[in-house]
Ligand binder design. Structure first.
Ligand code: PEP
Length: 247
């Protein structure tokens, strides 16, 4: 009953020429069973949305400001993303938590702003390697979930991405049992707060590639992936999407 979602995060990568990848992806996968989302840098968002129009690929931002407008040089409001053609926004990615000191409270405020603008918030959570080694993974994830997800979250306006910090861009992934443990925990924790928790999509992120996608997608409570590096090339992201479609 949960539609699967393959989401790509281009991070600070991509120039106008990279938009050819969107056309290639849509051409190779004109009618996927899963939802497909690409989140380019803000400079490409409107152009990508234009190119993706009428096709299967949805477009999202990588961050938004918690306020609706005002004197915040360099920031982007959720309504601006929506206006540029976005349907989603990634929030609380570990790179933003680390590089910009984003707290759970700030991520929660941004998610509220995203919801108010009619965007789906893709809220990222994940433990560091030190936290996993210390055996505190579920404590960390539970605290991030409670702190980052607003009370108004629903299955329609919120997606949760579990992204262990030590697995992002490293080629390392947790075992399937470790992924299942966290995703089952997330589902149970969400059920304590949200009436429609059973419908909330839970994505795994961190070094997902064509060669490991099928195993990850067969794991308990994994409803798709948030993909960084492998989302930059249509061939790789398309192979991940195909694995999700057959899961
Ligand atoms: C990410 O940054 O969200 C991510 C999962 O990156 P990668 O797939 O490159 O590990």
């Amino acid at each position: 009953m949960r539609r699967k979602l393959a989401a790509g995060n281009w991070k600070m990568n991509g120039l106008a020429a990279s938009l050819a990848e969107v056309e290639a992806l849509a051409k190779a996968h004109p009618a996927p069973r899963s939802e497909v989302l690409l989140c380019p840098p803000a400079t490409l968002l409107a152009q990508m949305a234009w190119k993706a129009k009428g096709g299967p690929v949805m477009v999202g931002g990588q961050d938004c400001h918690p306020e609706a407008s005002g004197a915040h040089t360099g920031d982007i409001a959720a309504a601006m993303l929506k206006d540029a053609g976005a349907s989603h926004v990634i929030l609380g990615h570990s790179e933003r938590r680390a590089d910009h000191g984003e707290t759970d409270a700030l991520v929660r405020a941004k998610a509220e702003a995203a919801h108010a603008a009619g965007l789906v918030a893709v809220i990222c959570l994940g433990e560091t390697e030190a936290q996993r080694d210390a055996g505190t993974t579920l404590d960390v994830i539970g605290a991030q979930l409670r702190g980052s997800v607003p009370d108004g979250a629903t299955a329609a306006n919120t997606v949760i991405a579990y992204e262990p910090v030590w697995a992002i861009g490293t080629g390392r992934t947790p075992t399937l049992a470790q992924i299942a443990e966290v995703h089952d925990f997330l589902r149970a924790e969400l059920a304590k707060r949200l009436a429609d928790a059973a419908g909330v999509r839970l994505l795994y992120g961190g070094s997902v590639k064509p060669s490991n996608a099928a195993d990850i997608f067969a794991t308990s409570n994994v409803d798709g992936a948030l993909v960084g590096g492998a989302s930059l090339k249509a061939a790789d992201f398309g192979a991940i999407l195909a694995a999700l479609d057959s899961a």
